[in-house]
Design a protein around this ligand. Structure first.
Ligand code: GLV
Ligand code: MN
Ligand code: MN
Length: 418
């Protein structure tokens, strides 16, 4: 071992400076961060991170969907590399830490190892995944889903946003060329993948712990519904004659709540996070509605039962209201089980570093969900203030972030030389 975990100290002020600088590259004014896939802000954010990687002496490669790979070549480049990373895209009205801590924090971990004179045996690779967030195409983890072979290149090519612009249109704007078929990684392409991330929930803060080590990632799913009713004059069309797509949507949103609260499991959650109506005029009966519904549980069977209940409720509501329903399952993913040996290694390193820790479930999904299809995977969580996330006031302190980076640096060094 040519390093000692206790001697690895990140340059925290530099990392904070970079986190703040990236937060200012946003489609919305501070403190709000919005960086939707291949928007101008996302492209500028990518350029910002690419430059930092170059300055750190990492070799850059970008694949056809825009996943970025920044490599520090080890002394045994023929061995599978050890990977880390996360995403820099951000949902509308987000904060500055989701995903970004796992990108800039990982870069700081690599720089810390280099500054300590560490020589990796296996190469170390930072991956910046394309569109972990589902905002543009309704499908989360676009880049890692393709890398993991879970999304076929054919289906990816058919993805379109709400204006009918396809993934090909958007990736051309992002300067990403080449066939999507070249994106999937072979099994065991990496020796391991470890993602640093904010918890996005309250557990670590409530228990006053520095680090969470993820054992399992809950199973996510998304439905997209298009409801077509009959529009008309808000004064002239009497109530018995209405086929109001907005009201059908409202009833479906309530049916989602009822389905997920009646599974008997506190782990089932459902959210109707997208709800748009047309024409959107106060004096016009809504003729069309679009809903996107997110349903999750730690157990696949429980999640699937809730999904089935929501689908049959939607069909019954629309039939009763004379509203036409088109329903698409955008994704129905299994949970990921993390690698027990990696979890144990990280727990040991936390002990060495004197950092309090526990194992936990991730209720949010992450690129790790799909990297687990490629290689042994786990995640390092740091506390989130009040459990806030996907809102501008999400917060982790510089000290909490530094602790996560120390654990990540020690983990990468350990696995690289194992
Ligand atoms: C990721 O952002 C998620 O929605 O879990
Ligand atoms: Mn997120
Ligand atoms: Mn995230």
């Amino acid at each position: 071992m040519n390093y000692w975990p206790n001697t690895l100290w990140p340059n925290s002020p530099r990392l904070q400076h970079e986190l703040n600088a990236l937060a200012l590259i946003s489609e919305s004014p501070p403190p709000v961060v919005t960086r939707v896939l291949f928007s101008e802000a996302d492209l500028r954010g990518r350029a910002f991170v690419n430059n930092l990687c170059r300055e750190a002496g990492l070799a850059l490669r970008e694949d056809a969907v825009g996943n970025i790979f920044a490599r520090w070549t080890g002394s045994a480049p023929e061995l599978p590399a050890v990977a880390t990373g996360s995403h820099i895209d951000a949902i509308p009205n987000a904060g500055k830490f989701d995903g970004v801590v796992g990108v800039l924090g990982a870069l700081e971990a690599l720089r810390t190892l280099r500054a300590a004179g560490f020589q990796p045996r296996r190469s170390l690779e930072l991956v910046i995944f394309t569109a972990e967030e589902p905002t543009r195409f309704g499908l989360g983890c676009l880049g890692s889903r393709l890398l993991g072979g879970v999304l076929t290149p054919e289906r990816a090519a058919r993805l379109a946003d709400r204006d009918g612009q396809t993934l090909d249109d958007w990736r051309a704007r992002g300067g990403c060329t080449g066939p999507l078929a070249a994106v999937p990684l072979p099994q065991q392409h990496y020796a391991a993948f470890v993602e640093l991330h904010i918890e996005q929930g309250p557990v670590l803060e409530q228990e006053n712990l520095a680090i969470g080590i993820v054992e399992k990632i809950a199973a996510p799913s998304t439905l997209r519904l298009q409801l077509t009713g009959v529009g008309g004059h808000a004064g002239a069309v009497l109530m018995p004659g209405r086929h109001d797509a907005g009201l059908a949507g409202a009833e479906i949103a309530l049916a989602v709540e009822s389905a997920v609260t009646s599974t008997g499991s506190p782990d089932t959650v459902g959210t109707t996070g997208v709800f748009r109506i047309e024409p959107g005029a106060v004096n016009s009966v809504p003729c069309r509605a679009w809903l996107e519904i997110d349903v999750r549980d730690t157990q696949t069977a429980t999640r699937d039962a809730a999904l089935a209940q929501i689908e049959s409720a939607a069909a019954a509501i629309c039939a009763r209201r004379g509203v036409q329903l088109e329903l698409e399952r955008l994704n129905v993913d299994p949970p990921a089980i993390c690698d027990a040996r990696l979890v144990q290694t990280i727990a040991g390193l936390c002990h060495t570093l004197g950092l309090s820790h526990r194992t936990m479930i991730s209720r949010a999904y992450h690129d790790s969900l799909f990297m687990a299809q490629v290689c042994p995977t786990t995640m390092i969580f740091i506390p989130s203030y009040q459990g806030y996330s996907h809102r501008p006031d999400e917060y982790s302190s510089p000290e909490q972030i530094e602790a996560g980076v120390r654990v990540l640096a020690a983990t990468l060094a350990t696995i690289s030389n194992a």
